[in-house]
Design a protein around this ligand. Structure first.
Ligand SMILES: NC(=O)NC(NC(N)=O)C(=O)[O-]
Ligand SMILES: [Zn+2]
Ligand SMILES: [Zn+2]
Length: 451
């Protein structure tokens, strides 16, 4: 007797797609066979659909507690469930206080209980004043550390700030000792902040000028410096939301030379060009910026050639008033997590011919492996039954009223997507069904690393 059987689907394994049935018991995948005829409490007919591991999104900002009006665990995780994400790792910034010591992490852990529809874990932040807190954060179970090279200043007490070089160096030494990973937002803060000042002063505040205020070389420069520091300290490195082929090439070269470094990029860098951002407006503002069409084409080559390790949403929501005005004034961060899986499946698999098993590596297997979650990210016996169904023949238009975000704005509003996540299952529990919406209770559990 199984808890759940998923029948007749095109199941995506790491080595290809096979039409098989999946049996789930006690939250795990316990059987994969051509035909399972046993009894089950629930049977799903997945005919005509892909059956894949849910997305393991290692880059999500939920600003609860402290800025809960921007996004909360409940609304954010419902959006993830509806979009095909089954686990996520939450960034140490945007909530107040930032997650830079154990007390702040405890506030997050408390706030997250009984609110999440999908499984969740946390980052610890690295900032100039918390070098002596990294160990307590690691002991308390953060899955990785995160720092900003890019300028991020705030006069609100407890808010996140960027690192200076000394902090990056010392932080990497400590994180190497703890056998952790440091994830870095890589942009040269001095150049980007001065260019920004200059352009605002001159009234050059169009979307095109915003892109020019954060040129690709500032990303490459910060990546190179992070790599140099990682070589010196032996710290494992991961570069978040990389926006340019030039930066990917630098990372690839360092990896070939033996450095333990990985790289992520995000759907918005593939789904929109700077030229389109000029039309969409501040809802599509992020840092680093969405690049021009000619640069995006090169980033696509990197993704299709297997040079980008995985995709993340970088879901960084805010209230709508912060997305008004000119693009320089608006909040930098895109709400996108609800449409990431089907949007990227459409763009990469359907439109550009990426093999569906490679797609699954990009959304699930690779991030789960890097973040020491070997029980996630793959359809295989003994793994958690975190499974999504995706219908490659269904189209939909992103509509505001369908979004679960606390603030229902999206850079993708009005966009047509030619495939759709129709069911999301977390450890054997159906949490989203296209017909019914969010189903059941917030059953999300805290992730723990297996080293
Ligand atoms: N404070 C943020 O959430 N920033 C985020 N914003 C973006 N990417 O525009 C990020 O990840 O840097
Ligand atoms: Zn960032
Ligand atoms: Zn982010």
């Amino acid at each position: 007797m199984y808890d759940l059987i998923i029948k007749n689907g095109n199941v995506v394994f790491r080595d290809g797609v096979r039409k098989v049935d999946i049996g789930v018991k006690n939250e795990k995948i316990t059987c994969i066979a051509e035909e399972i005829t046993n009894e089950a409490k629930e049977v799903i007919d997945a005919s005509g659909q892909y059956v894949m591991p849910g997305m393991v999104d290692t880059h999500v900002h939920i600003s609860e507690p402290g800025r809960t009006e921007w996004e909360g665990f409940e609304t954010g995780s419902k959006a993830m469930a509806a979009g095909g994400t089954t686990s996520y790792v939450e960034m140490p910034l945007n909530a107040l206080p930032a997650t830079i010591n154990k007390e702040a992490l405890d506030l997050k852990l408390d706030a997250a209980v009984n609110q999440n529809y999908v499984d969740y874990g946390f980052y610890g932040g690295l900032v100039p004043e918390n070098l002596d807190k990294l160990e307590e954060l690691a002991d308390a179970g953060v899955l990785a550390f995160k720092c900003f090279l890019s300028d991020i200043t705030s006069d609100i007490p407890g808010d996140f700030t960027n690192v200076d070089d000394y902090t990056m160096y010392k932080g990497m030494q400590k994180i190497a000792e703890l056998d952790g990973i440091l994830c870095i937002h890589a942009e040269n803060p001095s150049v980007t902040s001065k260019l920004t000042e200059e352009m605002i002063k001159e009234g050059r505040t169009s979307a095109a000028e915003y892109v020019d205020s954060r040129p690709i070389f500032t990303e490459v420069d910060a990546v190179q410096r992070a790599i140099l520091f990682a070589k010196e300290t032996g710290c494992k490195l991961h570069l978040v939301h990389i926006s340019s082929s030039e930066a990917v090439q630098v990372i690839l070269k360092a990896r070939l030379e033996g450095l333990d470094v990985t790289v992520e990029s995000c759907p918005h860098y593939f789904a929109m060009t700077a030229e389109q951002v000029a039309e969409i407006g501040p809802k599509a503002k992020c840092q680093p910026p969405i690049r021009k069409a000619k640069d995006q084409a090169k980033l696509w080559d990197e993704l299709l050639n297997g040079n980008i390790d995985w995709l993340t949403s970088d879901h960084s929501p805010c209230t709508e008033d912060l997305k008004q005005g000119n693009i320089f004034e608006a909040w930098g961060g895109i709400s996108g997590v609800q449409n990431n899986v089907d949007l990227m499946f459409d763009l990469a698999v359907k439109q550009r011919g990426l093999a569906v098993e490679k797609f699954v590596d990009l959304i699930a297997f690779n991030p789960a492996g890097r973040f020491n979650l070997p029980y996630k990210g793959e359809i295989a016996v003994s793994k958690d039954a975190d499974i999504i169904l995706l219908d490659p023949n269904q189209s939909y238009v992103v509509r505001r009223e369908d979004l679960y975000y606390k603030n229902k704005h999206s850079a993708y509003e009005g966009r047509k997507i030619d495939c759709r996540v129709t069911k999301t299952i977390v450890r054997g529990n159906i949490v989203f069904d296209l017909q019914k919406g969010i189903v059941g209770k917030p059953i999300g559990k805290l992730l723990s690393a297996v080293k």
